[in-house]
Design a binder for this molecule. Structure first.
Ligand code: ADP
Ligand code: MG
Length: 327
């Protein structure tokens, strides 16, 4: 029987999706891709494949999960299988350079960015930035390598020191720092290529902003590290939720995002932007592996994983109808 296959490498992030599949009674299976084999003489099973491979998979000891997924997606696509978030989506997931190139192509403003390989070149790139800048990894997720600098000498000291960590692909991005008048970013969620909701994320406490509940509670599964425990405590003191769904979000950039994801084999994604004091918005992150915040969703009565399950269920039904017609 035809099924929904979920390709991923993090069990904790799939839990809410499993619950949504069960609720709807949808047939599904998981492909946990970290290590394993791919026999190219075989044909893939029938079904709808949802790729949730994450750019930060290497930080969970799954160093080659993204590479293996790239191979699996090529194989699925060569066999004409329906893939939601296909190989083009994966190429964007694992490279912010690719994201920014695609955003610009779609007329979407990004912060000025220079990519650099090698410590000397990282510093040289920073000299070309007119003001404060941040560093980040080209292959990132969960805020890897994100650091704010106000001077080139501070960066020079950092890259020469023991705390400097290279991106897993060796590419560091030097990026114009966008100062938001209020400390928040906006993440726009899409499911089935359609706008789902926008969520405001408070950035007072740092750059690691994974919305997954497993990340927010700072338990053993949390992929964002020790700092999270501290942040959680501070959250409790302020009493303000870090994630809040914006009820009537209607920015014109949504149409551009929709076109971009449609052009890149992406059905499900969360896209992040910052607004500066002049009201200009800068888009800087496309997450094809997106997670949702439980408390914010309960407050708003909107549920991303349910929307994903429903969408994948519809895709599976569509596949079934196509097969019937062909028979
Ligand atoms: N150019 C920028 N100016 C100001 N803040 C930024 C900028 N880029 C990233 N940040 C902050 O750092 C966080 C993580 O950066 P992001 O590019 O989303 O990396 P990741 O893919 O690791 O999530 C953002 O959510 C935002 O709060
Ligand atoms: Mg991000």
């Amino acid at each position: 029987m035809s099924k929904i296959y979920v390709i991923h490498e993090n069990d904790a992030w799939v839990e809410p999706l499993r619950a949504a599949f069960e609720e709807l009674g949808l047939p599904y299976a998981e492909w946990f891709l970290s290590e394993g084999t791919l026999d190219l003489s075989e044909a893939p099973p029938e079904g709808v494949f949802y790729n949730r491979m994450s750019a930060s998979s290497h930080t969970r000891d799954h160093r080659y999960a993204a590479e293996l997924t790239g191979g699996v997606l090529a194989w699925l696509e060569a066999h004409g299988r329906r893939v939601v978030n296909d190989s083009r989506a994966l190429s964007l997931e694992i490279s912010k350079i690719a994201q920014y190139a695609e955003l610009s192509k779609h007329g979407i403003k990004t912060p000025r960015t220079i990519a650099a390989v090698g410590r000397k070149h990282i510093v040289e790139a920073a000299r070309r930035m007119p003001g404060s800048f941040i560093t980040k990894h080209n292959r990132a997720g969960k805020g890897l390598g994100v650091k704010l600098f106000h001077t080139v000498s501070a960066l020079e000291e950092h890259v020469a020191g023991p705390a400097f960590e290279d991106s897993v692909d060796g590419i560091t991005l030097i990026q114009e720092y966008i100062r938001a008048p209020e400390p928040f970013i906006t993440r726009v969620e899409f499911v089935g290529g359609e706008f789902l909701y926008a969520v405001r994320v408070d950035t007072t406490l740092g750059f690691e902003l994974c919305p997954a509940d497993v990340c927010e509670i700072g338990d053993a599964f949390c992929p964002v590290g020790e700092g999270d425990v501290l942040r959680q405590a501070q959250d409790d003191r302020s009493g303000n939720p870090r994630f809040r769904i914006v009820k009537d979000f209607g920015h014109p950039v949504v149409e551009r995002y929709k076109q971009l994801i449609a052009d890149n084999g992406i059905g499900i994604a969360g896209i992040e932007f910052i607004e500066d004091a002049a009201g200009e918005i800068y888009t800087y992150d496309i997450n094809t592996n997106t997670n949702y915040n439980g408390a914010a969703e309960a407050e708003a009565g909107q549920y991303g994983m349910r929307a994903i399950a429903r969408y994948l269920g519809e895709e599976l039904a569509r596949l079934g109808r196509r097969k019937l017609r062909a028979a």
